[in-house]
Design a protein around this ligand. Structure first.
Ligand SMILES: [Zn+2]
Ligand SMILES: [Zn+2]
Length: 348
C-alpha cells in the first residue's frame, strides 16, 4: 500500500467512526500530522452557483455552491434581492418599507432609532429559522421569485417566517421581559456554544452573521452603554419597533388595521390600534388598542391615546373610521376631517 492509500483508508475509517464527511476526516488527519491550525474552510466550493437539485457530478472535488439571493443575476432588483436575503437583508427591507412610508416628519427621531434597531429583527429571523427550519423558504422557489424580480412572490414565501416573528414579538412589557427576551437570551447562549463543524465558506459566512447579531444582543444588555457622545445610556433596544414593522407588513398583505389606525369599539368609543394579534393564518384575530381621550395639555381639542389603557379587542369588534375628506388619512370620531385638517380649538 502506498502512503496515499493508507491515508485514504484512515480517513474513511475516521469518517465512518465519527459520522463526519470523508473530506473533513482527510483534513483532520492532515492537520494531526502537520500540527498546523486547521484552516477555517475545509471544502472548496464550485465556482458558480449550482442549479437546484445539483448532485455535484458537474464539479468534481468541490462542494455545491448553494444559491443565495446575493447570487441573483442582474435582472433582479436590489430591493427584491434584499427582501429574500435572510436574516439581515430582509430585516432591513421590512424596516425600510415601514419607516419610509411614514410621512410624519416629527417622527424623525423615532425613525432614526428604529433604523438602529433592525438588527434585532435580523436576530429574531435567525433564531426562528434555526429553531424551526420549516420556516425557511424553499430555495428553488425563492430563487425563481428573485430571478423573476417578483417582490410579492418573495413576500409570499417569507409569510410563514414573518408571521412567526409577528406572533413572537410583542409590545406588552410583561411578555417581552418574561418570555421573549429570555428566549432570545437562550438562543444567544446556544449560538455561542455551537461548535458544529463548518464545511464551506458559505457556512462560515452564515455563522459569522449570526455571531455578530448575538454580539450586538450582548452589548445591548451590558449594564451601561456609552453612546457616541460619551453619555452613559441605560441598556436596551427599541423592541416595540420590531413588532410594529411586522404588523404593518402583514396588514398590508392580509388587510385589517395597521398600528396607529383609528378604530372604534362596537359601542362607538374611539381608540387607536397599538399592536395586532395574529393567528395561524389569515387576517388579524384581535387588536391591542388604546382608548382615545381628549387632550388636556398642549393638545386641547384633540384626541390622544390614553397611555394607561391597553385593551385586547377581538377583530370583529373593531371598525376603522372613514377617511378624512381632505387628505384621506383616517379621521377621528364622527368628524369628516382628521385632526390635521380640522380647525383647532382652545389654547395652543
Ligand atoms: Zn453543485
Ligand atoms: Zn385630513
Amino acid at each position: 500500500m502506498t502512503t496515499d492509500k493508507h491515508a485514504k483508508r484512515a480517513a474513511r475509517d475516521l469518517a465512518a467512526r465519527e459520522g463526519i464527511s470523508y473530506t473533513a476526516a482527510r483534513r483532520r488527519l492532515a492537520g494531526a500530522v502537520d500540527q498546523e491550525p486547521r484552516p477555517p474552510v475545509a471544502v472548496p466550493i464550485a465556482s458558480t452557483p449550482c442549479p437546484e437539485g445539483c448532485d455535484g457530478t458537474g464539479h468534481p472535488g468541490t462542494a455545491c455552491w448553494a444559491w443565495r439571493p446575493a447570487d441573483a443575476t442582474s435582472t433582479a432588483s436590489w430591493d427584491v434581492r434584499r427582501a429574500a436575503e435572510l436574516p439581515g437583508g430582509r430585516a432591513d427591507q421590512v424596516m425600510r418599507r415601514h419607516e419610509e412610508a411614514r410621512e410624519n416628519v416629527s417622527s424623525r427621531w423615532a425613525r432614526f432609532h428604529a433604523w438602529e434597531t433592525k438588527w434585532l429583527l435580523a436576530l429574531v429571523y435567525a433564531m426562528l429559522t434555526d429553531q424551526r427550519p420549516e420556516l425557511m423558504p424553499d430555495r428553488a422557489r425563492l430563487r425563481a421569485a428573485v430571478e423573476a424580480d417578483d417582490l410579492a412572490a418573495v413576500d409570499a414565501l417569507m409569510e410563514p417566517l414573518d408571521r412567526a416573528a409577528a406572533r413572537l414579538m410583542t409590545k406588552v412589557p410583561a411578555v417581552w421581559w418574561g418570555e421573549v427576551k429570555p428566549r432570545i437570551d437562550a438562543y444567544a447562549d446556544a449560538v455561542e456554544s455551537d461548535d458544529r463543524e463548518l464545511r464551506t465558506w458559505q457556512e462560515v459566512d452564515a455563522r459569522h452573521v449570526v455571531g455578530r447579531l448575538v454580539d450586538q444582543w450582548r452589548r445591548t444588555w451590558e449594564p451601561t452603554v456609552r453612546n457616541a457622545s460619551g453619555v452613559l445610556e441605560a441598556p436596551g433596544v427599541m423592541w416595540l419597533a420590531v413588532k410594529g414593522w411586522l404588523d404593518a407588513l402583514l396588514v398590508d398583505r392580509h388587510g385589517g388595521h395597521a398600528p396607529g389606525a383609528r378604530v372604534r369599539f362596537g359601542d362607538g368609543r374611539p381608540a387607536v390600534v397599538y399592536a395586532v394579534e395574529w393567528g395561524e393564518d389569515g387576517p388579524p384575530v384581535a387588536y391591542r388598542v388604546r382608548e382615545l381621550e381628549p387632550g388636556a395639555h398642549g393638545n386641547v381639542g384633540r384626541l390622544v391615546p390614553s397611555l394607561s389603557s391597553d385593551v385586547l379587542v377581538p377583530a370583529a369588534d373593531c371598525r376603522e373610521d372613514t377617511p378624512c375628506a381632505v387628505c384621506g388619512r383616517t379621521a377621528g370620531m364622527a368628524e369628516a376631517l382628521c385632526d390635521g385638517c380640522a380647525p383647532r380649538f382652545g389654547p395652543v
